[in-house]
Design a binder for this molecule. Structure first.
Ligand SMILES: [Mg+2]
Length: 229
């Protein structure tokens, strides 16, 4: 049976669905680099918000003087090592959901809206984080940090998959909800609706300066008409 959804809503994870999830994610990246290359690195001084995990890893390695070639060569192994580590150590995150998340996901799902992920998290890290936050069941697919070079590229992959599988019709409304300027830019690059939520590190005023289509204090303010019409 082919079920067509009335709209697609893509969600960022950190600062949008889940926040203050602890140091495990950063530690996983540090562990991955150490495990594969022996290098001691840190995320200190790297503006990780809105960045894709492989870009964070590359920046960490550059701080130690690693060459572009060395970084590229080690990256696939580092990704796997970081994912394995995170899956092992990720704590229960049910109390770390952003305000209003679960009722909103529930409501959208009941209305026949397809939910997907567009996140800089590596694939297994993103899924594990959602699983531990009790939110995995709402999402059937996503685009993750190692799948494209930019967040706009990730959004493009997710939209393309939803269309190719016939989950949404051409012309169905598509929105991207995120807490960082990078999410707004990725939405705009794909010609989809940019919905910003001020539940992450970026202040409402700064989000506003990037001119999202809709700006919310948190997901409790989301209305169905914002993503359906
Ligand atoms: Mg975010």
């Amino acid at each position: 049976m082919l079920l067509t959804y009335r709209a697609l809503v893509l969600f960022d994870i950190d600062g949008t669905l889940v926040r203050r999830a602890g140091p495990h994610h950063r530690e996983a990246l540090v562990h991955g680099v150490r495990r594969v290359t022996g290098l001691e690195t840190t995320t200190d001084g790297i503006p990780v918000q809105g960045m894709l995990d492989p870009d964070i890893v590359a920046a960490m390695m550059r701080q130690t003087g690693a060459t572009r070639a060395a970084i590229g060569e080690a990256m696939p192994e580092i990704v796997r090592a970081a994912e394995r580590y995170y899956v092992r150590v990720c704590p229960v995150l049910e109390s770390k959901q952003c305000p209003g998340v679960e009722p909103v996901l529930e409501r959208l799902t009941r209305r026949g809206v397809l939910l997907g992920l567009v996140t800089g998290n590596l694939t297994r890290i993103g899924w594990r984080k959602l699983e531990r936050a009790g939110l995995r069941g709402y999402f059937r697919f996503g685009a993750f940090g190692e799948m494209a070079k930019t967040r706009a590229g990730l959004a493009k992959i997710a939209i393309g998959e939803a269309r190719r599988r016939g989950w949404i019709a051409r012309g169905a409304p598509v929105s991207l909800i995120g807490d960082a300027p990078a999410d707004i830019l990725a939405a705009r690059a794909n010609g989809i609706r940019a919905i910003a939520v001020a539940t992450g590190l970026t202040a409402e005023e700064e989000l506003r300066s990037h001119q999202p289509d809709i700006l919310l204090k948190d997901l409790r303010e989301l209305r169905l008409r914002m993503v359906e019409a």
